[in-house]
Design a protein around this ligand. Sequence first.
Ligand code: ASP
Length: 343
Amino acid sequence: MSTKKPRICIVYTGGTIGMCWTSEGYRPRPGSLERLLTELPPFRSEDVPGFEVMQYDPLLDSSNMTPGEWLRIAEDIRSRYDDYDGFLVLHGTDTMAYTSSALSFMLEGLGKPVILTGSQIPLGQPRSDGFDNLLTSLMILGRHHETLPEVCVYFHNRLFRGNRCTKVDAEGFDAFASPNLPPLGECGIDIEINWELVRGRPPESRLFVREMGSANVGAFRIFPGIKAEYLSALLSPPVQGLVLECFGSGNAPADNQEFMLALRRASEQGVVIVAVPQPLRGSADLTLYATGNALLDAGVVSGYDMTPEAALTKLYYLFEQGLPSDLVRDLVQKNLRGEVTIP
Ligand code: ASP
């Protein structure tokens, strides 16, 4: 282990953590976060690694993020990869789970930790949760930069694998959960990492960034009374893949023949349709009910216990590589970055 103080790059993309109140509601304000970080004494303590802030211009509300911004974050990490021991991405909470999932696929050969965090109350306001989220993330990055080669989300005392978590609360501080994988770490008086869950370093030590931004994929949540036309519209060209959020353990209105036909036609034309469960916890088992078997029959594949965010970004990632749809259908059912439990 090296004795040099680790250096962390803070990639500040936007989000509530650095926002200020305006007549139009919360908006990011350039400069305010960096000023706070230099003024607040705990950020200069011995236990906290050295850091530099790289601030986006404009700062973004994460609702405005697209795969183009995921690529920008990944490229910013890649171009500074050799200069830092770890990366802290400050990000809005609304789409944080999409970005953390996307980065987990895009950053191939990642051997250093990348943690995303943000807050529910801006850092400059009383009772902000941003202070602990930011400080503890930095401390985890500093302590474990040699042994945590993962894209993670840290929020409210817990460290999650980035492609396993989802935003579950729009108001509470405990805003993220990882329903199908225990947290990678829990922070009370001590910072405890569950090393059994942490993925090993990849054999390839060079970081490679997979492009993002040209694949055509979508997501659709089935609901009672769904009309086949809605789905057909979504499944028409140029769509290449669709995440189908199904009832229960992977079920759909199999008696709706038009609906099933729309799925079958699209599958036959090469659209990869991945079923994930609407319930937060559990896996899509398409063999359990007749209403699930009908999906298999129509060419739908199971995404098992993937979050919708992980399934969507995995489709983006796979189609981005120009792979034929049969191979994408095959790979989407495999565990690539610890994002899925294959039964
Ligand atoms: N709308 C904000 C965002 O996602 C919410 C937040 O940061 O918590 O950027």
